[in-house]
Design a protein around this ligand. Structure first.
Ligand code: ZN
Length: 347
């Protein structure tokens, strides 16, 4: 016994503890195929499993980087809203839950609004941060969508919302539910201006979010395998007492049943959305020629660029082919450009 406890046990303990020294967060297990994913490789693959193609969660900054051309975007600040108006408390105070999420994510709430270009088209994105209380929609998120819609109208830009949410934020009660009609009115403002409103559904989009703005887009795109629905599968199964198909509520199932327009892999999103936007915004020819030079001068200076576009548009309506090519003669030299536009004005 002595030999066992004095010799073997310390040896085993030493072995086990030396294994513990390897940081656990270097590897991640794919929730779909259970393959091991090295964090650096996973990062390089934009959080898509390189064994089976499963799309893992991605943070909002990386999301915006992937969606916007050359990863260039500028954040739009969202107005403050009253914090915890109901002084709600369940197991924990809502104010504390908010603080915890704020420390964890370093964000004020579960939404980020940014603007930039996609496929050369002015675009405003409102992206949900699932890490922040499950991306739930409270007043701050509603405010974010309203801000994004207003920004899109102001810039004559397309609006893209990227929900990743469990639904309404119950801690805000009725005020949370009010965000459903509020967000609908917000996206309607964009539609009334004749600007495209695209929804990029990501895993998961459920509850009040799927029951409001997320299902009224002009185009619905989804990432592969995303869970999209109102109530969960189990709840529906128990209510209707019927067995539901294996892939129920997945992006692919919804595509098959005509609920969404396309399922696009993460790596192709920028290109696909870019081509859709340039088609919808009717700027195909100038956009194509601008795309090359755009990378150099797209420093997020949206205002100047959209003004430039307006000029390009007006002149192209005049029917001159030569003018169409002008924007990419000297795209990154503002002095030349004003001269060019003056010339255009004269002619
Ligand atoms: Zn996998």
């Amino acid at each position: 016994m002595n030999w066992l406890s004095n010799f073997v046990r310390p040896k085993i303990q030493a072995l086990v503890s030396s294994q513990k020294d390897v940081p656990e967060n270097l590897w991640k297990k794919c929730p779909s195929c259970e393959g091991m994913l090295f964090h650096r490789d996973l990062d390089a693959a934009d959080n898509v499993c390189y064994h089976c193609g499963h799309h893992l969660a991605i943070d909002i900054y990386k999301r915006c980087e992937l969606l916007f051309d050359e990863g260039n975007y500028k954040r739009v600040s969202v107005n403050k809203v009253p914090v915890d108006p109901l002084k709600f408390k369940d197991k924990k105070r809502y104010a504390d839950r908010l603080k915890d999420s704020q420390t964890k994510t370093k964000e004020k709430d579960a939404i980020m609004v940014a603007h930039g270009k996609i496929g050369g088209c002015d675009t405003v994105i409102a992206a949900f941060d699932f890490r922040f209380m499950g991306g739930s929609m409270g007043m701050a998120v509603g405010e974010g969508i309203v801000t994004a819609a207003k920004e899109a109208v102001k810039r004559k830009a397309a609006l893209i919302v990227v929900p990743s949410s469990g639904g309404a934020r119950m801690q805000e009660g009725m005020l949370s539910l009010m965000q459903m009609p509020r967000s609908i009115i917000a996206v309607d403002m964009v539609k009334e201006e004749g600007l495209p409103y695209v929804v990029l559904l990501t895993n998961p989009t459920t509850g009040g979010v799927s029951a409001s703005f997320a299902m009224v887009g002009d185009i619905h795109i989804s990432e592969p395998g995303a869970m999209i629905g109102f109530a969960g599968k189990r709840v529906i199964q128990e209510t209707i007492r019927e067995e539901l198909p294996e892939d129920f509520q997945t992006a692919e199932y919804l595509l098959e049943h005509g609920m969404i327009d396309m399922v696009v892999e993460r790596k192709d999103l920028n290109e696909k959305i870019g081509s859709i936007l340039s088609m919808l915004m009717g700027k195909k020819a100038p956009q194509k020629s601008k795309k090359g030079g755009n990378g150099k001068d797209s420093d997020g200076n949206g205002k100047n660029l959209s003004a430039k576009e307006k000029k390009a548009d007006k002149t192209s309506y005049a029917g001159s082919v030569a003018v169409k090519n002008e924007p990419f003669v000297a795209p990154d030299a503002p002095a030349n450009e004003t001269q060019a536009s003056k010339k255009r004005a004269r002619s």
